[in-house]
Design a protein around this ligand. Structure first.
Ligand SMILES: [Zn+2]
Length: 353
């Protein structure tokens, strides 16, 4: 279906353009460029120059490329001439050097120099070999030492393994101990908590006991005060009882002496009576003598009667006094007894002996 007339497959001559050549050109040589009007011969030349990277381009290069090129060619020609001269001089030196290369004397001199260098290098190599041998022996000795050290290390490793096994066993034991210690710790904590509770309870009880103790002390103090008061009262009662008993003894003594006085008075009265009887007898006796001694008898008689009367009055008076004293003593005794009884009744029981 393509058109078979199109056999020209050339591409555009502009650098980088892949379009086919425009085949519609009518007059003259085929342009060799695509249908793009910017792709012509001059533009392609400038593009190629730009691609070739020339530096010393001027505006004239675009305007008058031929003149610019001629000028530069002239400069280059003079430069090339200088270079040719230099090349000729170099060529002379080159020929001389090549002669030296081909000279057998020079070759022999070089061989000698090389042989000497080689001998020197051989000596250096031998010395190096010696050093290497020494180093090898040293290395072997070091290897032997290293082997010994390795054996020692192996033994040490075995020992360390044994130690490690023992340590692992010890670690297992310690873990077990740790678990046990943890349980013990938990128990101890629980016990501490219980003990703390007990301590709190005991503190409360202690406070209550202290309060009771204080109360009891106050009671004891009050009881002691009451006891002291009771003792003082008892001592006072004992003193009162002693005073009462001494007063009673004194009253009894007074009564006894009063009784003695009474007895004495009675005796005196009896003796007075007896005397009166005697005097009466004497009066009777004297009566017979009355006649003879009537005056004397009368005086005697009045005297005797007067004396009897006086004695009787005195005795009566004494008796009355004694009776009164006795009554008074009895009354006093009774009062003292009553007072002593009252004191005994007032005295508290502890004084009872
Ligand atoms: Zn083109």
């Amino acid at each position: 279906m393509s058109i078979p007339e199109i056999t020209d497959v050339r591409t555009c001559g502009f650098p980088g353009c892949e379009e086919p050549v425009d085949a519609t050109a009518g007059v003259g040589r085929p342009a060799g460029y695509c249908a793009n009007p910017a792709h012509n011969r001059a533009a392609a030349w400038r593009a190629r120059r730009a691609e070739s990277g020339r530096v010393e381009r001027t505006v004239e290069d675009d305007k008058l490329p031929v003149d610019a090129a001629r000028q530069r060619a002239s400069v280059l020609r003079s430069q090339v001439a200088g270079m040719v001269e230099h090349l000729q001089q170099q060529l002379v030196v080159l020929v001389d050097e090549l002669r030296t290369v081909a000279d057998p004397d020079a070759a022999e001199a070089q061989i000698e120099a090389i042989t000497s260098d080689a001998a020197e290098q051989v000596a250096t190599a031998a010395a190096r070999a010696n050093r290497a041998e020494t180093a090898t022996r040293k290395a072997e000795a070091e290897r032997a030492e290293a082997d010994a050290a390795a054996e020692e290390s192996a033994a040490l490793v075995d020992e360390l393994r044994t130690t490690l096994a023992a340590l692992e066993q010890r670690a297992a034991t310690l873990e077990g101990d740790l678990v046990t210690a943890g349980e013990d710790n938990a128990r101890a904590t629980a016990e501490i908590t219980a003990l703390t509770d007990q301590v709190a309870a005991l503190s409360i009880e202690n406070a209550a006991t202290n309060a009771q103790l204080t109360e009891t002390r106050e009671l004891v103090t009050a009881a002691t005060t009451a006891k002291d008061e009771a003792l003082a009262a008892a001592r006072e009662a004992v003193a009162q009882a002693a005073a009462a008993s001494s007063r009673l003894e004194r009253a009894e003594t007074d009564a006894a002496s009063t009784r003695d006085l009474l007895d004495q008075a009675r005796t005196e009265r009896e003796s007075a009576r007896a005397e009166a009887l005697v005097l009466t007898g004497r009066l009777a006796t004297v009566s017979s003598e009355r006649d003879s001694a009537t005056a004397e008898a009368g005086r005697e008689r009045s005297y005797a009667e007067q004396r009897v009367t006086d004695v009787r009055a005195a005795l009566e008076q004494q008796l009355t006094q004694l009776r009164s004293d006795l009554d008074q003593a009895r009354t006093s005794e009774r009062e003292q007894r009553t007072r002593a009884d009252r004191a005994e009744a007032q005295a508290p029981r502890p004084t009872q002996k």
